[in-house]
Design a protein around this ligand. Sequence first.
Ligand code: GRF
Length: 310
Amino acid sequence: MFQKFQEKWKVGPAQLFIILLTFALGGTLTGMIGRRIMNLIPVDGIVWVIIYIMVMTLIWPLMVIVVSIPMGQFVFFRNYLARIADRFTRKQNNLPVSPNLNSPSTLVPSSTEKSSPVNLAIFASGTGTNARKIMEHFANHPYIKVALVISNKPAAGVLDVAKDFGIPTFLIEKEEFFRGHSYIPLFREIGIDFIVLAGFLWKIPPALVAAYPSRMINIHPALLPKYGGKGMYGRFVHEAVIAAGEKESGITIHFVDEQYDHGSTIYQATCPVEAGDTPDSLAGKIHLLEHEHFPRVVEEAILSQLVKNH
Ligand code: GRF
């Protein structure tokens, strides 16, 4: 049984012991605090039982998280609870739970089994309309395959989009991404050749940028170098463009470097900013441009890298 948990959670025996201890202490604390709370509530009978169950259900995750901090297991439990919440919300929406979520062993064929020369990973934090266009574009491509979709948010819509296309998904953890190995060994193991950021809100750590030189592309919803940088994403960009009285906005597709929205530009397309435009209407125009150009530009960038390397 312990072996099964180790495999499921991908932990060693020592960490498994600490995790189980955390569960036990969190449960004990939940019982103690739960009873104290119930003493303050003047009900009995079936109502008492119902409220007791509700109180326990609400405070259990909190207690486990609290105990996990001194036990050094905060990251594990944060992700554990996020996965439970994710499963719950998916069930509520009648969506199947991704069997691939955070199971690297089931991700994609290793590079030795690759059926296409270029494996693409899409990083996204949101709805994933651009990611969808890219998946559609490469669905039957002879040389390029979307092999993996990565997100930092368990409830990101892009994970459902990936599922529609049967593409494996992977949820990354902040700690490992910024202070660990940034998943570079994993990406190497599964043969990721190229990365596309399609609405990914975390900054890419320098080591990962260095691991994919000229092989990581981002799309920004404005004409860089204006309206880029930290905090400039989504609505904030369009608000700033309108507030500045710009007559034109657009999209910038660029290579990723160590600074936000800074690497060399590959392609730009423009659209007018008209009187009466709101951040939402401008976002709509920008999305149309993105959907029209992004997949093609990604394809051209990948193919030109392939040509360079042969
Ligand atoms: C796009 O506007 C893109 O420019 C920005 O994030 C947004 C992602 O939108 N980087 P969606 O999730 O693809 O609809």
